[in-house]
Design a protein around this ligand. Structure first.
Ligand code: TYM
Length: 339
């Protein structure tokens, strides 16, 4: 097994990232380390260029994000942890795959459609071609499994389409260059929604901080955000079917289940028939209890930027080595001369 995944270093790590992806990164890191496989996790800092950004903040955000990942349990002795910008092979492979990716495929990406809206012409080229870089990120290392939240599924399907077309167009059947990666999506936390709107996903780009729980929030902020979270006036139902058409209630129950490591049914067996006046404080306390150790560790780690830079530097050196064989095979398959 070869696990690869990334996160954009823009803003804080929030509960959606944690439950949708990072918890799985940690679990899979331990599984593959035990079975002799390898996991690679990176900060997608090159992806951050697809949207307006403040250069002075990017390096600081990268350090914050790497501290957050370490605090969640990513272990640089078990996983290769790095930032894209120190591994130029990502951008190189992106260009080599750009001849294979089709305009129509990229135009159909829902993230492109959502973010570009009616203003497609004024968006950066990077926002449009972003999924090709994402394909390069995983294909470069022959990823077999990519732990992500549901919102990245379409990008992973595109990576498979690009890999398949490249293998068909440029390789013999018995010697394909690329492995087709599988997304690994946690069923209980595939899509954590905003605390203010059950129809929007929890996101770092939401202007309201009340819409998300950040892993850096203290106990007071967590309790306050859960208290203010949007709900409906009905008590919680006794079974899962009763959550149909109640997106805010379903989201809070789902968060509780994912955080407690139990099922939605088990949560409803305990809280069904009770109002949010009882459920919300219990959820807030559970979040505070589970996030406190991460928060403390994060505080310690972020105070030593030199150590964080060293971790990224070492991870990047390893990643550059691992990237060479696939990149060379790609150049060769395309008929490009290489010395
Ligand atoms: P990003 O930085 O938006 O999110 C990082 C991870 O968190 C997951 N996630 C969520 N899961 C459940 N509920 C939510 N509300 C939620 N919000 C975010 C995302 O699905 C993701 O797994 N394009 C990617 C970064 C990337 C990448 C890659 C991922 C670049 N190259 C290669 C995998 C493989 C992104 O912007 O994720």
């Amino acid at each position: 097994m070869r696990i690869v995944s990334g996160i954009q270093p823009t803003g804080n790590l929030h509960l959606g990232n944690y439950l949708g992806a990072i918890r799985n990164w940690v679990r899979m890191q331990d599984e593959v380390a035990a079975s002799g496989g390898l996991s690679l996790y990176f900060l997608a800092d090159l992806h951050a260029l697809s949207q307006p950004h403040v250069p002075a903040e990017l390096a600081a955000n990268c350090r914050e994000m790497v501290a957050a990942l370490l605090a969640c349990g990513i272990d640089p002795d078990k996983s290769v942890l790095f930032n894209q910008a120190q591994v130029p092979q990502h951008a190189e492979l992106q260009w080599l795959l750009s001849g294979t990716a089709r305009m129509g495929w990229l135009s159909r990406m829902t993230q492109w459609k959502d973010k570009s809206g009616k203003k497609g012409d004024s968006q950066s080229v990077a926002l449009f071609t972003y999924p090709v870089l994402q394909a390069a990120d995983v294909l470069l290392y022959q990823a077999t499994h990519v732990p992500v939240g549901d919102d990245q599924k379409q990008h992973l399907e595109l990576a498979r389409d690009i890999a398949q077309k490249f293998n068909n167009d440029f390789c013999t059947e018995d010697a394909p260059v690329f492995t087709l990666p599988e997304p690994t999506i946690p069923p209980e936390a595939a899509r954590i929604m905003s605390l203010r709107d059950g129809a929007a996903k929890m996101s770092k780009s939401d202007p309201s901080d009340m819409s998300r729980i950040n892993l850096t929030d203290d106990a007071d902020a967590i309790m306050q955000k859960i208290k203010k979270a949007k709900t409906d006036p009905e008590p919680l139902p006794e079974d899962k079917a009763g959550l149909e058409g109640r997106p805010e209630a379903a989201n809070l129950v789902g968060i509780y289940a994912a955080m407690a490591g139990t099922s939605v049914e088990a949560v409803l067996a305990e809280f069904g028939g009770h109002g949010f006046g009882k459920f919300k404080p219990a959820l807030g306390e559970l979040l505070v209890e589970k996030l406190a150790p991460i928060n403390t560790r994060f505080g310690e780690l972020r105070s030593d930027p030199g150590a964080l830079d060293a971790i990224l530097r070492q991870g990047a050196a390893k990643a550059r080595e691992l990237a060479v064989p696939t990149l060379e095979a790609t150049y060769k398959a395309l008929g490009l001369l290489r010395g």
